[in-house]
Ligand binder design. Structure first.
Ligand code: ATP
Ligand code: LTN
Length: 328
């Protein structure tokens, strides 16, 4: 069975973008692959987080993994920092990644271009830690949204170079990006990615938002004056974004959605989008409440840690021998 691995940062509340671009696909894959899903808590401290809030977000992130349908009997769910080998292999990968490569990462370049102040060393080198996360488990596939594809490609390059230098040590992973919904855009500014660290939350739907406010955000989503529901991201980014959301959640094609709203106004279309999204979120929220009441999170993480640790321990040992830092 091929192995698949992915992670999500518990920086804030998970969003509809995280769900459509990543999380929901993990659920689909748990029956077909040997799936490892972790909470990337080391990645998330690359920017400051209030410790209390972070702890709450960690817990919510696990609960949402489960509420969205991940089954700890079918996949391994763990906390990145519970498997300390990640940080150690992360440093080794950092030593095998060139400055030029890190400088080319668009996520980091965007932050620099925006003039963000107080950027940490961790945020600069985090793609190397991400390489370690993936290579540690010899993952074959890495399901991610569009914004993370470049990091998985960097991981591939690093692994190929490492294998050439030291002999075959790592499996070469492939990114898996969904055809529809790989980049859900902000509802208030459809030229920007829907992001949990967005300044205002008007354009972002959180999985735990109350459904009334979800409806409100969708009904006031930015559109255009073309007055036709059609997929044209360049000229109608807002409508196209809403169509991607619907298509991802209902499996309807863009043509079907266009036909459905032929001759109708944006108000009708938005109402339909809101119905589709609220229907999906209400199921997730119901399961989330049940999980929180039953307090099963620590057990799930303990089980995941035990399984992941065995692989990680062996892999790190193998790599440390390979590069010559062990005495034997
Ligand atoms: P931040 O906004 O703080 O950068 P994020 O929302 O991008 O965080 P991550 O933890 O970085 O969240 O992403 C988790 C996964 O969700 C990744 O695979 C990422 O590609 C995917 N993802 C994030 N936002 C979107 C989006 N708007 N559309 C589709 N996929 C997304
Ligand atoms: N960097 C990713 C989260 C992440 C990840 C990973 C995803 C950390 N390690 C390994 C896939 C595989 C992010 O910011 N979304």
């Amino acid at each position: 069975m091929k192995r698949m691995l992915s992670g999500i940062k518990p920086t804030g509340q998970l969003t509809l973008g995280n769900y459509i671009g990543a999380l929901r696909n993990f659920v689909k894959y748990q029956d077909e692959y040997d799936l490892y899903v972790f909470i990337a808590n080391l990645h998330c401290i690359t920017v400051y987080n209030d410790p209390k809030e972070l702890r709450k977000n960690l817990k919510d992130c696990v609960a949402l993994y489960l509420a969205c349908g991940l089954d700890p009997e079918k996949c391994c769910i763990f906390l990145q920092s519970d498997v300390m080998e990640h940080a150690q292999l992360g440093f080794i990968m950092c030593c095998n990644t060139y400055l030029g490569e890190l400088n080319r990462m668009t996520q980091f370049k965007d932050k620099l271009a925006k003039g963000e102040q107080g950027l940490s060393g961790g945020i600069y080198t985090y793609p190397a830690l991400m390489s370690a996360d993936i290579l540690m488990y010899d993952a074959d596939y890495v399901p991610v949204g569009e914004d993370q594809k470049q990091h998985v490609e960097l991981c591939r390059d690093t692994a190929i170079r490492f294998n050439n230098r030291y002999g075959k040590s790592f499996n070469i992973p492939e990114p898996v990006v969904p055809k529809v919904g790989a980049k859900i855009m902000s509802l208030s500014d459809p030229t920007k990615k829907m992001s949990k660290s967005e300044q205002t939350n008007k354009g972002c739907i959180y999985l735990l938002d109350d459904l009334k406010s979800v409806r409100k955000k969708i009904m006031s989503a930015k559109t255009d004056d073309v007055a036709k529901v059609q997929f044209d991201p360049e000229n109608q980014p807002g409508i196209s974004n809403l169509m991607s959301i619907v298509s991802a959640l209902t499996n309807q094609s863009f043509e079907e959605i266009t036909d459905m709203f032929n001759g109708k106004g944006y108000g009708d279309f938005k109402k339909y989008v809101a119905d589709v999204v609220c229907d999906e979120l209400s199921k997730i929220q119901e399961r989330y409440n049940h999980i929180i009441e039953n307090d099963i999170i620590e057990d799930v993480l303990a089980k995941g840690k035990a399984k992941a640790q065995i692989i990680a321990h062996k892999k790190l040992d193998q790599i440390q021998r390979t590069i010559g830092i062990e005495i034997r």
